[in-house]
Design a protein around this ligand. Structure first.
Ligand code: ATR
Length: 271
């Protein structure tokens, strides 16, 4: 019987997850299908019930449900508990088990480049759901300190507390007072850049010593990436995180190594 997978969220039309997973099924000749299922905010409970009814094999969770979905799951992985959010759910004999592949998916492109994190300083722009998984990743890899800069300072303060609770030094600052020269890693975890907007902090001082990672994958070359490239920084693209978290979800669902090249090809073809 064909096994069905899905991504749930709203908006969902432009999600590239169906392309990535369906390309993987085709590459490995698996009798599976992956669909986008729009569940508006406030309708998550009913949405999850319908997924149980159709015996969905697994699903990804995206904006705005990553935190709320936890209420409706039967068990949670350790990562899910730490981050307080799930992006991947597996149906294991009728039980919905929550995982979070955002954290390790985020870290993977850094590891691939053999860039060390331990003892390094980190600037995170943004304080939403994505920033939480990223902070948990840097805490796990023992960065020396995490600075969170955000439009709304209270949200940055809350995430700085979250970081402290994970045992890592942290502080929160305003966008205006941010000085990029103080950090090794500069991470954009806001939605700024999706529509071609300028990066919300001063970035002129970025240079070859910096690692600049923008989790926005569309467009691939955001303002932050373009400026940082000009200044010879090491660049990590958002699509790399997208692919890595998808490959980790694939491994959870199928217990198979994901066909990374086939997934990458369809993703880059989609740009
Ligand atoms: P996600 O789950 O993708 O992290 P989110 O939780 O909505 O999404 O978080 C979006 C982040 O982008 C927040 O840090 C938000 O700042 P606020 O906390 O002030 O809302 C940031 N953001 C969104 N639009 C922005 C803008 N125009 N300028 C600066 N920051 C912006």
């Amino acid at each position: 019987m064909t096994r069905t997978f899905a991504v749930i969220g709203d908006p969902i039309d432009h999600s590239l997850s169906p392309n990535i997973h369906n390309a993987a099924f085709k590459a490995l000749n698996l009798d599976c299908t992956y669909i986008a299922y729009k569940i508006p905010k406030g309708e998550l409970k009913e949405g999850i019930e319908s997924l149980r009814k159709i015996k969905i094999s697994g699903f990804n969770v995206t904006i705005p449900h990553k935190v709320e979905v936890i209420k409706y799951l039967d068990e949670l992985s350790e990562e899910c508990k730490i981050i307080g959010a799930s992006n991947t759910v597996s149906n294991e004999n009728g039980k919905f088990i929550g995982y979070n592949t955002d954290m390790d998916g985020f870290l993977e492109p850094i590891k691939n480049r053999n860039i060390g994190i331990s003892g390094e300083s980190v600037l995170i722009i943004g304080a939403g759901g994505a920033a939480r998984a990223i902070i948990a990743g840097f805490a796990k890899q023992k960065a020396s300190k995490i600075t969170i800069t955000n439009r709304t300072l209270e949200n940055a303060q809350e995430l700085a507390r979250f970081a402290s609770n994970l045992g890592i030094k942290s502080e929160s600052i305003t966008l205006q007072e941010t000085d990029v020269s103080k950090y090794k890693f500069i991470i954009n975890a806001t939605s700024v850049g999706l529509k071609g907007e300028q990066c919300p902090i001063p970035i002129k001082a970025i240079n070859a010593n910096h690692v600049v990672y923008d989790i926005i994958y569309m467009p691939m070359n955001t303002d932050l990436i373009q400026q940082s490239k000009k200044n010879s920084a090491t660049i990590i693209y958002g699509y790399e995180m997208l692919l890595a978290q998808a490959a980790l979800a694939f491994k959870i669902w199928h217990n198979l190594q994901a066909p990374y090249e086939a997934m990458k090809k369809v993703l880059l073809g989609g740009f």
